[in-house]
Design a protein around this ligand. Structure first.
Ligand code: KIV
Ligand code: ZN
Length: 387
């Protein structure tokens, strides 16, 4: 059996930060329950110091959900940590996620500090959080642009202070997969106590690399991945949960498994999209409207002969009822026949050719061709011929 990858869902924290995506507490509870059913291991429920509403949501989610660990975010600030701990009061398993910026940009321009002081503040925060919970995750913000010896040093000190998970965010989505994987490998090789903590990936999608970077992190030793449903999140978003989970399921060379109930993925994606008022782009991997739709003649013919000619995932595995053969002006006879068959109209040879000619004329001028259009075409042909 391969090692387990811990699935840390941050839809309700990093995802919910997106303008227009805000949810009320009741809606967040619905999402948290859906995430629990989906099988995520950790739900990052919010950033309690940020607002009374967020605090309350973490409290109510903690009461409503039993299996996943409930995580609350805080900066490396005592007040934040105290408030996060208070919000986790009802969590059956609570985790505080605290940390600080570690790149030269963050140290110099955001925190106006020094590397030594950053380590001190990070360590103090972890030790303080340990007073409230056993499970403390340390994030090294902007690790993707950090100097590696410094990153290794602060991670080593955070683990010494009691961090059970160390999060290595590519906060700005800057890294290439090779680079991000090399950061994780560097930590595995240069942090003496690294085996005492789980390494977590947390990637953003500014260059469209979030999933690839996350997979690269896992291949190099990370055993927790921070993800959001539909990849929602700041700017270009976070790593999408469905992409990572299905990449792992499709590729046995990735040496981990997850406990995600993949057949609930599509429903969960729809729920988040609806509640957050955030449409999913049609060509989005796994959950987009076209993810299992075939529209060109060559592909349609191939997929009708054998699904796996053009599909690497059985749509049922992610909760999509079936793939679709979309009728367009690029469709071939096989697709037309498939649709006519499903309407109970069986045409072959010259009859099919004739209807196909009329179909192409119609498809050039009309976007959506449905059963009514097809029946009209067949009816017209029957009237005109001795059929
Ligand atoms: O992207 C990031 O660095 C974060 C941290 C707060 C974990 O979201
Ligand atoms: Zn983030």
């Amino acid at each position: 059996m391969s090692e387990k990858l811990w699935i840390f869902d941050t839809t309700l924290r990093d995802g919910e930060q997106v303008p227009g995506c805000q949810l009320n507490t009741q809606e967040k509870i619905v999402v948290a329950k859906a995430l629990e059913a989906l099988g995520v291991d950790i739900i990052e429920a919010g950033f309690p110091i940020s607002s009374p509403g967020d605090f309350n949501s973490v409290v109510e989610i903690s009461k409503a959900v039993s299996n996943p660990i409930i995580c609350a975010l805080s900066r490396a600030v005592e007040k934040d940590i105290e408030v996060a701990a208070a919000a986790l009061k009802y969590a059956k398993k609570g985790r505080i996620h605290t940390g600080i910026g570690v790149s030269p940009y963050h140290i110099q321009y955001k925190l106006r500090s020094t590397p030594e002081n950053i380590i001190e503040r990070g360590v103090r925060a972890v030790k303080f959080a340990k007073r409230f919970v056993e499970d403390v995750e340390f994030y090294a913000e902007d690790a993707g642009r950090a100097e590696l010896p410094f990153l290794a040093k602060i991670i080593e000190e955070a683990i010494k202070a009691g961090a059970t998970v160390v999060n290595i965010p590519d906060t700005t989505g800057y890294c290439l997969p090779e680079q991000y994987g090399a950061i994780i490998r560097y930590l595995k090789e240069n942090v003496s106590n690294i085996d005492k903590a789980i390494i977590s990936t947390h990637c953003h999608n500014d260059l469209g690399m979030a999933t690839a970077n996350t997979i690269s992190g896992i291949q190099n030793g990370a055993r927790q991945a921070e993800l959001t449903i539909n990849g929602i999140g700041e700017r270009a978003g976070n790593t999408s949960l469905e992409e990572v989970v299905m990449a792992i399921k499709c590729h046995q060379s990735i040496p981990v498994h997850t406990d995600i109930q993949t057949e609930l993925i599509y429903g969960t994606s729809r729920l988040i999209s609806k509640l957050m008022n955030m449409p999913v782009q049609p060509n989005k991997a796994i959950v987009g409207r076209n993810a299992f739709a075939h529209s060109s003649g060559i592909h349609q013919d191939g997929v009708l002969k054998h699904r796996e000619n053009y599909e690497i995932i059985d749509p049922k595995e992610v909760g999509v009822h079936e793939s679709s053969i979309v009728l367009t002006a690029r469709s071939g006879r096989a697709a037309l026949k498939h649709h006519l068959d499903s309407l109970g109209v069986v045409l072959e040879g010259e009859d099919l050719n004739k209807v196909y000619e009329d179909f192409l004329l119609l498809a050039d001028s009309k976007r959506d061709i449905g059963p009514k259009d097809l029946l009209e075409l067949v009816g017209k042909y029957m009237d005109e011929s001795s059929f």
